[in-house]
Design a protein around this ligand. Structure first.
Ligand code: PCA
Length: 324
């Protein structure tokens, strides 16, 4: 009798061991703070995959650039140092202009238009990622982008000489066009850059302004609604191909849920962020007519430049978007 009990116990242990060995754990680097809605949404996505695969694939998120800094996440996933990650793709438009389709000034300035543009662009962006050994899973927009300054700015002329924090090629180009000096800085370092004067202004959403407690250094927010950039989640292609079909499906289904939930949250929070900026003493306002028309001019230049860079594929996206 005793012998059988022991044997059963040993068998149970072996089986538990086998399960543990076949379960896989994926670390998922993310660049933005744990409390940001992108990161919270990513944690929900991770849980969805972990639960949905019955624990066969556990995804663990690492927000705040704690595992890889924002700028290193994409390369880390391409090379398999991380199996999955989230990144602001437009920061890599130098690799492929299609990654910058969401940062063309004044092309898509509302959540509804951002959705349309993404519908028009998604397959081509996914194909561009595929060429880089990446499998696209989902993307979620940031709220519309506006300017943060520490003085009244009523025209492009008022921007001259300012040290401007950039997060991608488009934001650096706006700085150049306005006669500012661009400095590339990740959101994780933004508060410190503003506090030390490395940067004196930037363009971003209310979300990042609130995350960075921007009112500690700056005073004005101009709600110009220039574009809605996206964070995208992608998987290393080899890691993806090594999964069984059921787990692949779970990832894609959880990704579809995350895309919808993340966007709904972004919309819901968008106005609240601006309210929080105002409650903390910032002057939140629309642009003057002069500033608006100066920015529209930069937008026209940058649209032309993007179309030239992105060629036929880019034109096809814009045409499809405009036809929607
Ligand atoms: N926040 C990110 C990108 C766009 C946004 O709203 C940032 O400033 O880094």
């Amino acid at each position: 009798m005793k012998f059988y009990v022991k044997l059963l116990a040993a068998t149970a242990l072996t089986m538990a061991g086998a399960n543990a060995a076949s379960a896989e754990k994926w670390d998922m680097p993310m660049a933005y703070p744990a409390t940001n809605y992108h990161s919270e949404n990513g944690a929900e996505f991770a849980k969805c995959v972990t639960d949905g695969s019955g624990g066969k694939l556990e995804i663990v998120t690492h927000p705040g650039g704690s595992l890889f800094s924002g700028n290193d996440i994409k390369r880390a996933v391409q090379t398999g140092q991380a199996p999955i990650g989230e990144r602001l793709l437009s920061a890599h438009a130098n690799e492929n202009p299609l990654f910058g389709v969401d940062s063309i000034p004044f092309l898509a300035t509302s959540f509804a238009d951002s959705d349309k543009l993404w519908k028009a662009a998604k397959d081509q962006v996914a194909a561009a990622l595929d060429e880089q050994n990446l499998v696209f899973v989902y993307s979620v927009p940031w709220p519309p982008q506006g300017f943060y300054f520490k003085k009244d700015v009523n025209s492009a002329a008022d921007m001259k000489g300012i040290k401007f924090r950039a997060y991608n090629a488009a934001t650096a180009r706006i700085a150049e066009l306005a006669g500012m000096t661009p400095v590339q800085i990740e959101a994780a370092e933004l508060s410190q850059a503003l506090a030390t004067g490395v940067a004196e202004a930037f363009i971003s959403s209310g979300s990042t302004g609130v995350d960075s407690k921007v009112w500690e250094s700056l005073t004005h927010f101009y709600d110009v609604q220039a574009w809605l950039p996206r964070n995208s989640v992608f998987v290393n292609k080899d890691a993806y191909n090594a999964l069984d079909d059921a787990t692949k499906t779970t990832i894609m289904e959880c990704g579809a849920k995350a895309a919808a939930a993340g966007e709904a949250t972004a919309q819901e929070l968008s106005a609240k962020y601006l309210k929080t900026l105002a409650e903390n003493g910032m002057k939140v306002q629309g642009p003057s007519d002069q500033l608006k028309s100066d920015l529209q001019g930069f937008g026209a230049t940058m649209t032309e430049e993007w179309l030239k860079n992105a060629g036929d594929k880019g034109k096809a996206i814009i045409d499809a978007y405009k036809a929607m």
